[in-house]
Design a protein around this ligand. Structure first.
Ligand code: ATP
Ligand code: MG
Length: 308
């Protein structure tokens, strides 16, 4: 490809995706006879700043908060929306590529464009920049996941090992109790699991729960270790610490429960979500603790039917 001629992924997507893929089809519209005085409530209740005006399924105009403000400034005399709306409306078609919508939004400086069916002329939806961004992010996420799975298949170490069963043990220490060191074990484990070709879903869950457990050891305990047994479609993890222990485990797992001191809260931790997040990421979680001695979390993460 010639220099300066690279096409970004986003550009490729805005050509590929159609307006109907991104538009909102849950339409809030009003009819031309609606009173201007009602407009404010309609916009506020639906959290929108403008809405199409429709008669018999056809778009006859568009009205926005700006029109409402202008109406108020001109005395706010009772009148129907049709007297204050913009009737010559720029629209796009459902089968237009998103690039056309982006162009029109930019060119005219509008916040939204109504979407019309090319053959019937009926109003089908409305599209904003926000809708486009959301759709692009969603599409990028899907493609990224596909790519991750592809990479995962390509590097699956366990595939080449011939044995009735195979597993690998990884041990990590959480020695240094510095909050800025939090996440070191989680990130080493993540890298290692990637290299082993473990499924991305498992890696994501394992690294989130390791991070939360590691932070708890750093904040509440004195010393900890993480032991991981990796097999092709399952991880068994043990996070064991020497520390004060947890007097009421059930309470500690409740979302929102925290005894974090204020200096920890000032650093943005202590929302009481750590153990809850660990539970959500795990297929099985067993917490045991002895007050004055320490706490052990035994966690299992399985790949389910996504495994090969
Ligand atoms: N390893 C541990 N040793 C002793 N107490 C712990 C340990 N892990 C958790 N706790 C106790 O359980 C409570 C809840 O822990 P959890 O991780 O859910 O929330 P948090 O650490 O307070 O906040 P967040 O994790 O959201 O930053 C903690 O406030 C603490 O009292
Ligand atoms: Mg925590």
């Amino acid at each position: 490809m010639r220099e300066g001629k690279e096409v970004t992924k986003i550009q490729e997507l805005v050509y590929e995706l159609k307006t109907e893929d991104a538009m909102t089809d849950h339409l809030i519209s009003i009819c031309p006879e609606t009173q201007m005085a009602e407009l404010r409530t309609i916009l506020r209740e639906n959290k929108i700043s403008g809405t199409p005006v429709v008669q018999d399924g056809r778009l006859v105009g568009i009205i926005s908060i700006e029109d409402f403000i202008n109406w108020l400034a001109d005395d706010g005399k009772t009148c129907p929306v049709k007297d204050r709306m913009t009737s010559r409306v720029e629209t796009v078609y459902t089968d237009d590529p998103l690039i056309k919508v982006v162009g029109k939004l930019d060119r005219f400086g509008f916040g939204r464009l109504p979407v019309v069916d090319r053959s019937s002329g009926l109003l089908k939806g409305i599209i904003t920049k926000g809708d486009i961004i959301e759709r692009l992010l969603h599409k990028l996420q899907i493609e990224y996941q596909e790519e991750e799975i592809h990479r995962y298949r390509a590097s699956h170490l366990f595939e080449d090992i011939i044995a009735d069963s195979v597993s690998l043990h990884l041990d990590y220490e959480i020695g240094e109790r510095k909050i800025e060191k939090g996440g070191t074990v989680a990130s080493s484990l993540k890298k290692t699991l990637r290299r082993l070709g473990i499924h991305p879903d498992i890696i994501r869950r394992a690294s989130i729960l390791t991070y939360e457990a590691e932070m708890n050891v750093i904040i509440y305990a004195y010393y900890g270790e993480v032991n991981v047994t990796v097999s092709p479609n399952c991880l068994h993890m043990t996070i064991r610490d020497k520390g004060p222990g947890i007097p009421d485990i059930e309470k500690a797992i409740q979302p929102g429960y925290s005894t974090a001191p204020s200096w920890v809260q000032e650093l943005g931790f202590g929302a009481g979500m750590g153990l809850h997040n660990i539970k959500s990421c795990a297929d099985e979680l067993e917490v045991t603790s002895t007050v004055g001695e320490g706490t052990t979390l035994k966690v299992q993460v399985e790949v389910g039917d996504t495994c090969i």
